[in-house]
Design a protein around this ligand. Structure first.
Ligand SMILES: *[C@@H]1O[C@H](CO)[C@@H](O)[C@H](O)[C@H]1NC(C)=O
Ligand SMILES: *[C@@H]1O[C@H](CO)[C@@H](O)[C@H](O)[C@H]1NC(C)=O
Length: 339
């Protein structure tokens, strides 16, 4: 009896410690083990050190069919002119109607770089009661080059939430002041209880993350009515921004194609200022060509050594192709319907 008691007393701290949730474990200054699901596991392959990465299933269901038939045409519509944007809807989602296209100068005032433009569209489906904000990707290599240069320029405070990259912040504000603010207030007035679908690819993905966060922080929309769906998103903000985003949006998917380079930039551990940048949940990783029927992984960590972060050989071609579609031309072709 005595012996058993002694053993229990000796073991108790270990057991109690081990049974903590990941969040409890990390907030008490320890490391959580994703493999053993124990706090301070002596042997561990995948150690989690930040609460952002505590493994969780997403609160919403990912739907590959909806991604191909709805979100993909929305990427296309956001990336082209008015006429072709409406064609993207007519071909794939006939009840969706273009509301407005906004095109602004979005470069920072750097004297050595050419002016670049940012674009987006809004659209309304009065049958399915959905509003859309779709942001355009980078056009050609120049803008991506400028983005990468701007990564080192700085970050800006995003409301009381955290820091985001200055380039994304300024580009979003240019669109907001260039017509989005008025447009979204009009849409909200006309369709107050519609869902808002916010989306984009590449630079457009970062702007979608910022835009969804913006319309929630300004009190225009309730996050429960907002869906965020991005493809090939670069890291957009810091730890606090990522944590706030994933604690706020029940529906937020970040799709990554195979070895797409862009979700890896800027690198998480910057040499220059050591500010760690993080992705928010939920990454959906297609480790294949994304053709119809391809498998995918719903990644349980936001930005850990998991899914795409385990990849070292990175590809630009994978960045421009999502759902087996060349996004450089898809929108301008009016988003031809897939079989
Ligand atoms: C956008 O930039 C171009 C080239 O620098 C300039 O000519 C044009 O006036 C700018 N447009 C606006 C709306 O500022
Ligand atoms: C997701 O679900 C968990 C568990 O039910 C809940 O605690 C959390 O608040 C939800 N997150 C969002 C953003 O709705």
């Amino acid at each position: 009896m005595m012996k058993i008691c002694l053993i229990l007393v000796l073991l108790f701290p270990l057991i109690a410690n081990g049974l903590q949730t990941c969040e409890q474990c990390i907030s008490s200054g320890n490391h959580y083990c994703a493999d053993t699901k124990l706090c301070n596991s002596p042997v561990c392959l995948n150690t989690i050190t930040v609460a952002l990465n505590c493994p969780h299933a997403p609160n919403a269901t990912y739907d590959d069919h909806e991604a191909r038939t709805k979100w993909l045409p929305l990427f296309g519509a956001g990336a082209t002119n008015e006429k072709m944007a409406q064609k993207c809807f007519d071909n794939n989602w006939p009840t969706m109607k273009l509301s407005k296209r906004i095109l602004v100068n979005c470069s920072d005032p750097s004297p050595i770089l050419p002016t670049t433009q940012c674009a987006m569209i809004t659209a309304v489906d009065t049958t399915q009661r959905i509003l859309v904000l779709s942001f355009r990707a980078t056009v050609g290599g120049t803008q991506m080059g400028e983005e990468i240069l701007n990564y080192f320029v700085g970050k800006k405070q995003f409301f009381d939430v955290g820091m985001i990259f200055e380039f994304f912040y300024d580009a979003y504000v240019a669109l907001w002041n260039g017509g989005l603010s008025t447009e979204i207030r009009n849409l909200k007035y006309k369709y107050p209880d519609y869902e808002v679908w916010v989306t984009g690819h590449s630079l457009g993905a970062a702007l979608a993350s910022v835009g969804a966060s913006w319309i929630v922080k300004t009190g225009l929309f309730n996050p429960n009515n907002v869906k965020v769906f991005t493809a090939g998103q670069p890291r957009t903000g810091d730890y606090n921004y990522a944590l706030w985003h994933q604690n706020t949006f029940a529906y937020s998917f970040r799709v990554v194609h195979h070895h797409d380079i862009v979700p890896h930039v800027p690198f998480q551990y910057e040499v220059v200022d050591h500010d760690k940048m993080y992705h928010h949940r939920t990454e959906v990783w297609y480790n294949n060509d994304m053709s119809e029927g391809s498998p995918y992984q719903i990644c349980p960590e936001a930005d850990g050594l998991y899914c795409v972060n385990q990849q070292l050989d990175l590809s630009w071609n994978d960045h421009t192709h999502y759902f087996n579609t060349d996004l450089n031309v898809y929108g301008d072709q009016g988003c031809p319907k897939k079989n």
